[in-house]
Design a protein around this ligand. Structure first.
Ligand code: NFS
Ligand code: SF4
Length: 673
């Protein structure tokens, strides 16, 4: 095993401690593999085509900047003549398709569960949030009363859900027309999409068409490929992802601010530790219920444990943290670390972001690795217990019993790091509306007001993964701190939210510590953290809704692209992240990624994504691996938008006022002494 420079690998003390333990015990992790396997330089640029068996064809960058001859150009073509533009664009488009498919397949599962719950065919689930059910029903033109006017009788939640469920599910297979939630976007945004003909017709069709168009010999014009990529990504953001957020809120409860704890220190040595890893909250919701049953707790105690400790990992963690306050064990790069503690009796996985290496690591400890989704089995896993919504509670009980039975098998040495940080999470866009806008106004008016008067300079969404090609968590933290210092309020989801949480940024107290004077004042007045945890990656749809609410509250232009706002994924790695980025760009947001950029193999395409696309969509991509510089670029973009709105001067005034007040306070204090 190669020597590891811990500081370079992760800024998280818990991860560092466990990497030391792993090294001492001879356990290989992703950090070791990253040292020995370097990324393929041609693939990293998106310049390798392997979509037909005449290849793989590689298109290296031009040898000289200018004056390339026709002959030289031909050397930079695939066998079929595909140019660098086509090859790189196809690879990028396929990332969008895969990411959209992942979010949307998750959403389809939730929609199916929703229908079963509505018809009383499930075990353990019920409709929890009737108010949200009614709001969502209205958006789908589903009546919430029988009859009209004075004769109207309220329909039961089940009756509403029985009509709503099939309507939502039908959206996946819809072949023409427009997906429903497009109507939620600002009017001007809808017009832009219609003019460009990129309104998604259905969810699945856009993925299928993009896969077809990137097959050998089909769409070979990169603008056209990017156009369908936008359409497909919009089917994710305003389709699949938004559907899963809404239906999960109805079934499991809409998140409201709740306290929680983050990091591997949440595991408990004398409890049965069960880590729920993956993305879909369906089974974790039932594991939560089952873990509270007295018989189950008794069963754990009979095996010598004090009780059952559930903890989340990756986006499953976000889902159950913000709805039930269940602690989070860690984000993506901590999954192996959890097992290396030696204290995890079962790791339960469903879909997405689960490293196959877990199976190897689990074998070195006593941990049972349990797969639960028929779409996602894993070679080397301990067992597969298939989730089935019709007896979900029984499945959950079975999983917990497997974990409890394993408690006595723990082998020394167990080492649970002490790190865990308190957080406040659960800021759905409705909650932000309530907190910032007040119950009377019920709008983003107050936020807008604070943006207009300059206390809040702008809004940034910092989201996305960890990536072992860069220091774990470091870029998230550096970027977020730089934004806060400059009075930019941060909305966060996914593994980024967990990075922020571990560092204490998800607590109201962090406002005074990290924010510029304007943002600090606003956060302290409202009593919110300056970094708002909005949920899992599918909940980036909540950020779209928050942005839309800002536009509709007035005073900040007429479209999302007018807002002083920016988005970023400084440590991205998954295809889902590219799909999310593309729907943000297509929704009018300046979106910046770190670590690496997958289209550098074509200068023309990269140029288009970083510049040209803005003329059509109002949003654009950018790439900057240095997180501090990246934050500065985001702030520059925010300032440019402030200027275009004519509110740049207000901020100078408010900062001057604050400075004056501070001087006056200091003088007054001096007089008192
Ligand atoms: Ni998002 Fe969540 Fe994390 Fe990245 Fe994976 S867990 S869905 S993809 S790695 S943020
Ligand atoms: Fe090569 Fe063209 Fe086949 Fe791609 S599609 S592998 S560029 S021949």
């Amino acid at each position: 095993m190669a020597e590891l420079d811990l500081e370079k690998l992760s800024v998280d003390p818990a991860t560092q401690e466990l990497l030391k333990k792993a090294a001492a015990e001879g356990i290989e992790t992703i950090f070791d593999r990253a040292k020995t396997m370097k990324p393929c330089p041609i693939g990293a640029e998106g310049a390798c085509c392997r979509i037909c068996a005449q290849g793989p064809c590689r298109v290296p960058p031009p040898k000289k900047k200018e004056g390339e001859t026709e002959g030289e150009k031909k050397q930079r073509m695939g066998l079929c003549g595909a140019t660098a533009e086509t090859i790189v664009a196809r690879n990028f488009a396929r990332m969008v398709a895969a990411g959209t498919a992942a979010h949307s397949d998750h959403a389809r599962g939730v929609a199916k569960l929703f229908i079963e719950v509505a018809n009383g065919r499930t075990q353990g689930y019920k409709i929890k949030d009737v108010a949200k059910l009614k709001r969502v029903a209205r958006d789908w033109d589903v009546a919430i009363t029988d009859g009209e006017g004075d004769d109207a009788k309220p329909r039961t939640p089940e009756a509403i859900a029985q009509e709503l469920g099939p309507k939502v599910l039908a959206e996946f297979g819809q072949q023409q027309g427009e997906i429903n939630y497009v109507r939620r976007a600002p009017k001007k945004r809808q017009e832009i999409w219609r003019k460009l003909d990129i309104v998604p017709r259905g969810v699945d069709i856009e993925v299928v068409e993009l896969m077809h168009r990137t097959h050998m010999g089909v769409d070979q014009e990169y603008h056209n490929l990017m156009k369908q990529s936008s359409r497909c990504a919009l089917a994710d953001g305003w389709g699949g992802s938004m559907i899963s957020t809404d239906l999960q809120d109805i079934l499991f409860g809409m998140p409201v601010p709740i306290a929680g704890e983050i990091n591997l220190g949440v595991l408990k040595e004398d409890y049965v530790n069960v880590v729920m890893h993956g993305h879909e909250p369906l089974l974790p919701e039932m594991l939560f219920v089952a873990s509270q049953e007295p018989e189950m707790i008794q069963y754990a105690q009979n095996k010598g444990a004090k009780g059952i400790q559930l903890a989340g990992m990756c986006c499953s963690a976000n889902e159950i943290l913000m709805r039930h306050g269940i602690p989070v064990a860690g984000n993506y790069l901590q999954q192996e670390m959890a097992i290396i503690t030696g204290a995890v009796d079962a790791m339960v996985v469903d879909v997405q972001c689960e490293m196959q290496a877990l199976a190897n690591v689990a074998k070195c400890y006593h941990t049972k690795l349990i797969t639960t989704d028929d779409r996602a089995k894993m070679e080397g896993a301990t067992m597969h217990i298939a989730f089935d919504e019709h007896h979900a509670l029984d499945v959950a009980r079975q999983v917990l019993r497997e974990a409890i039975d394993n408690f006595p098998n723990r082998k020394a040495p167990v080492m649970i790091p002490s790190s865990k940080t308190p957080t406040v999470v659960g800021f759905s866009y409705e909650t932000i509306q309530y907190l910032l806008g007040g119950s009377i106004r019920g709008s983003y008016y107050t936020l807008n007001d604070n943006i207009i008067n300059g206390r809040v300079r702008g809004v940034a969404g910092v989201v996305g993964c960890n990536n072992c090609r860069t220091t774990h968590d470091s870029s998230h933290l550096t970027m977020i701190k730089e934004l806060l210092k400059n009075d930019v309020i941060v909305l966060t989801t996914g593994c980024s939210a967990m990075a922020a949480g571990k560092y204490g940024l998800l607590s109201p107290e962090s406002a005074a510590k990290y924010c510029g004077p304007g943002l600090a004042e606003v956060c302290e007045t409202v009593g919110i953290p300056p970094v708002l945890h909005m949920g899992a990656c599918v909940d980036n749809s909540r950020i779209l809704m928050a942005a839309t609410a800002c536009v509709k509250a007035g005073g900040l232009g007429s479209d999302i692209s007018d807002l002083p706002a920016a988005g970023a994924a400084p440590e991205w790695m998954s295809e889902k992240a590219i799909a999310i980025g593309q729907y943000f760009v297509a929704s009018g947001v300046y979106t910046l990624f770190g670590v690496t950029w997958p289209t550098t193999g074509s200068e023309l395409l990269t140029d288009y994504l970083f510049k040209g696309i803005e003329e059509e969509l109002g949003g654009k991509w950018d790439f900057e691996p240095d997180p501090e510089l990246a934050a500065k670029k985001m702030i520059a973009h925010i300032d440019a938008k402030r200027k275009a709105l004519g509110i740049d001067k207000a901020r100078e005034r408010v900062l001057m006022d604050m400075e004056m007040r501070r001087t006056m306070d200091a003088e007054a204090a001096a007089h008192e002494h």
